[in-house]
Design a protein around this ligand. Structure first.
Ligand code: GUN
Ligand code: FE
Length: 470
């Protein structure tokens, strides 16, 4: 139905809520049957202007709000500009899509998640980290030697991420190269962005998950050869599970891979007090847990993100700052595994980069909007013991989840010019039954909404259709 927009003439697609499906679009002067989900192939390669209530956070102190505003997106999927009126944008050759009373916001980024733990989502919450790994997590991840099991679980996982509007992720696979490759192919197929890690581990784990150093390097290099293209949406990330799982030789090999191929690094850091004590025994030369990674070239030598940092302070915090290491704050996981409460206000005050992670299945919730709420709530618990550390505001957590997190992928998470257009169209009519302001509508969506209100999802300018579950 979008074929008329190939012409030079400028077309407005009115997008009325409850509109009859047969007569609401005006395209190049013609009335065209309307159904927005019928985007044709050309839809994704033309310059677009979207009209909606646009909200995003350029700075963490406040939202930019454009009531009935316009955002122009180039054929390369990047934002050209945002404006309060159409006349301020160059609309020649553009197709205009009117989303009516809907909200248009940046999509979510999940900065720490274990795809192969999806089977355990919402179960096994009765142990702390180390026994939890041994009793529940490692046995589940062992099943991913079976590519068929991996496919059915990974499809389900990806579908749920899509439902909740998570368009970019930093993902842990398993030690299995083939299953991890499949996960990367599924992200490619879906058109969603991801840094995907084949997990490196060779000690303190079941035999089935232990891989020797040569095999780990060989498996990583196979994935690197296939997927490591500079502009690709789906790329490898070097993923030592955590210090207790990796021998010094394996950590060295991971550092060398990251350096040789200039690849980012992800891992876990200072999540649980027993874990930290164990790392101190395993790596007695290191000045902190973070320093143990640093000594192997895995702490900011290439872009690095560390999950949790619940107990990070002092020399470890200083090192993170110096090396520009990003924190993936995972509040639900930290509650469920009784790990503690990460001091996010301190991280922000110190100038550390922070994003949010679901950490399935330590965390139980793949809805990243809910993660914003949990992050605020954790910061309010901190505030009770120290009123000098003010709790996080909505604009701060929104900024953390979008622009701050998105910086790990490049220019992602904002609607400023040059940013990749990762966006969600939210139809919050069901929540908007009084005269709420636009900011209140967004707040209510974040606190109360779910996938049912997400009408469209865009990643790098492309409309992302529902991925197949089977
Ligand atoms: N530390 C090492 N592995 C894991 C994991 O799978 N989940 C969490 N939350 N922490 C870890
Ligand atoms: Fe984790």
């Amino acid at each position: 139905m979008y074929s008329t927009t190939e012409s030079k003439c400028f077309a407005i697609f009115a997008f009325e809520r409850d509109a009859p499906a047969h007569n609401t679009v005006v395209a190049g002067g013609q009335t065209t049957p309307f159904h927005l989900l019928n985007f044709n192939n050309n839809f994704n390669i033309m310059k677009k202007i979207y009209k909606a209530h646009i909200l995003f956070t350029k700075e963490r102190s406040h939202f930019e709000v454009f009531e009935n505003g316009y955002v122009a997106v180039g054929a390369d999927g990047r934002v050209i500009g945002v404006a309060a009126d159409l006349a301020s944008l160059d609309s020649e050759d553009a197709e205009v899509v009117d989303f009516g009373d809907r909200l248009l916001i940046p999509a979510m980024n999940d900065m720490h998640v274990h795809a192969p733990q999806v089977r355990n989502q919402g179960v096994a919450m009765d142990l702390e980290l180390l026994p939890w790994l041994q009793n529940y997590t490692f046995p589940e991840e062992s099943k991913y030697a079976d590519i068929h099991y991996a496919e059915s679980m990974y499809r389900r996982f990806l579908h749920t991420q899509w439902l909740f509007g998570t368009m970019r992720s930093c993902v842990f696979g398993t030690v299995h190269t083939e299953s991890t490759r499949l996960l990367m192919k599924l992200y490619q197929e879906a058109g969603m962005g991801a840094l995907v890690g084949k997990v490196a581990m060779n000690r303190h784990c079941p035999e089935a998950l232990s891989e020797d150093v040569e095999a780990a390097v060989e498996g990583n290099e196979r994935l690197i050869a296939e997927f490591n293209h500079p502009d690709a949406l789906v790329r490898p990330i070097i993923t030592p599970r955590f210090v207790p799982s990796c021998s010094p030789e394996l950590l060295s090999a991971c550092g060398e891979l990251a350096n040789k191929y200039n690849l980012p690094v992800q891992s876990h850091l200072s999540e649980n007090t027993s874990e930290i004590a164990w790392v101190a025994e395993l790596e007695p030369e290191s000045k902190s847990y973070g320093d143990a990674y640093n000594r192997y070239g895995l702490f900011g030598q290439t872009p690095t993100i560390m999950a949790h940092c619940v107990w990070t302070e002092g020399v470890e915090l200083e090192l993170m700052k110096r090396n520009n290491v990003m924190v993936a704050h995972c509040p639900t996981s930290n509650y469920n595994l009784a790990s503690g409460m990460a001091p996010v206000r301190t991280f922000l005050d110190e100038g550390l980069r922070v994003g949010l992670g679901s950490d399935i299945s330590g965390g139980h919730d793949l809805n990243m909007f809910r993660m914003l709420v949990y992050a605020i709530q954790v910061s309010k618990m901190h505030y009770q013991s120290n009123h000098e550390k003010h709790f996080l505001t909505l604009s701060e957590v929104f900024w953390i989840a979008t622009k701050s997190a998105g910086s790990f992928f490049g220019k992602v998470g904002s609607f400023e010019p040059g940013y990749e257009f990762d966006a969600l169209v939210i139809d919050d009519a069901v929540l908007n039954f009084d005269n709420y302001t636009l900011l209140e509508r967004l707040e209510r969506y974040i606190y109360l909404g779910d996938d049912r209100q997400i009408e469209h999802r865009f990643c790098r300018g492309k409309l992302i259709e529902e991925p197949k579950v089977v």
